[in-house]
Design a protein around this ligand. Structure first.
Ligand code: AMP
Ligand code: MN
Ligand code: MN
Length: 335
């Protein structure tokens, strides 16, 4: 880790124009780590562009939780003059390069890339890889970077990083919450960040269309071999006027079922692909199933995208999960 940070420090020296990217359909950690690092690098005199193919999710469009969100661009190669002007690309909260989506242009292939991430399935695709699956969030890794390099953390950077930590740990309830992490959160709050803002404006909020969709999806709930699952076809989304956006709340809710070890949601997208979200109860692991299906994630929260009709995708994922869970239960029973 400290070697990777030293390598990052050397790579950064003399590089002026920096492009920060995060994963498609971004969450609070993607946006928070990206904007947090933007503020930090700007304070170090760098010119920074932050881009995401899908922009900033509605709940994060608030200065109280993601200051600087208005500056996020969709396409970092526009206007054209910026095309070859980046000295360095940094990917945040992404386990593989395709997760950056269209924001990563092939024209960037010759530009050095730094990979900062905490997914256990990370493919180490950067020239420098600051990757730690024990970290709560990518935002925590950005904090570690700033701390190791002695960069001051202003109130805006502090807020963005706290937003990343709080959203990825669901307010310190899951994930890698250590005494050290609580110490980091304390420092960020002392630097001016608000914990209540993230809880109230992001974690506990969703629009009525999303709640409507939860209702329909929950009405179709099934339980098979301790897998609680549901599928969301486009027709269901249309009934609720629900727009496509990231919502991991329903999967988190479902995995609380005492009868289940894993929760699974399959969502049919407008382009016909199927997004798969999985959550595991304590003691179970869905990361390897996601990786085997071309996705990735964490032991207890992972996902993938399948190019199959909804029904076929459901059967494929259920079969993979049943096999993995049987193996995990068997391994647990061995002395
Ligand atoms: P979600 O269920 O969308 O909240 O995602 C849970 C976890 O799985 C997150 O850490 C995501 O980064 C990861 N994940 C979800 N979908 C994919 C995918 N298509 N490819 C790689 N990782 C994914
Ligand atoms: Mn993320
Ligand atoms: Mn994350």
């Amino acid at each position: 880790m400290s070697t990777a940070i030293d390598a990052f420090d050397s790579l950064l020296a003399g590089r002026q124009r920096i492009l920060l990217l995060s994963h498609v359909n971004p969450d609070g950690d993607a946006i928070g780590s990206q904007l947090g690092l933007k503020w930090l690098l700007e304070a170090q005199g760098r010119q920074v562009i932050a881009a995401n193919q899908d922009g900033v999710p509605v709940l994060l469009r608030a200065d109280q939780v993601a200051p600087g969100w208005q500056e996020m661009v969709h396409n970092p190669m526009k206007p054209k003059r910026r095309g070859n002007g980046y000295d360095l690309v940094i990917a945040l909260d992404c386990s593989d390069l395709p997760r950056l989506g269209k924001a990563y242009s092939p024209a960037l292939a010759a530009t050095p890339l730094v990979n900062i991430d905490h997914h256990i399935t990370n493919l180490h695709f950067g020239a420098v890889n600051i990757v730690d699956p024990a970290a709560s969030s990518t935002a925590e890794l950005v904090w570690r970077l700033a701390d190791a390099l002695g960069w001051p953390i202003g109130p805006q950077a502090a807020q963005c990083l706290l937003t990343g930590i709080v959203t990825d740990t669901r307010s310190f309830r899951v994930g890698h919450v250590t005494p050290g992490l609580l110490g980091v959160a304390q420092q960020l709050m002392e630097a001016g960040a608000s914990l209540a803002a993230v809880n109230e404006l992001v974690l506990e909020r969703r629009d009525v269309d999303t709640i409507c969709l939860w209702g329909h999806a929950l009405a179709e709930l099934r339980l098979e071999e301790r897998i609680i699952w549901t599928a969301i076809p486009q027709t269901m989304r249309a009934r609720c006027n629900s727009v496509e956006q990231s919502d991991s709340g329903l999967a988190n809710f479902m995995v609380g079922a005492v009868e289940a070890d894993v929760a699974l949601i399959l969502t049919e997208r407008a382009d016909g692909l199927v997004d798969v979200g999985m959550r595991a109860a304590p003691g179970f692991n869905v990361a390897q199933v996601a990786l085997a299906l071309g996705g990735g994630g964490h032991p207890r929260a992972a996902g993938c995208t399948l190019a199959l009709p909804l029904e076929a995708a459901s059967q494929q994922v259920l079969a993979a999960l049943k096999a993995a869970l049987a193996q995990q239960r068997h391994a647990e029973q061995r002395p």
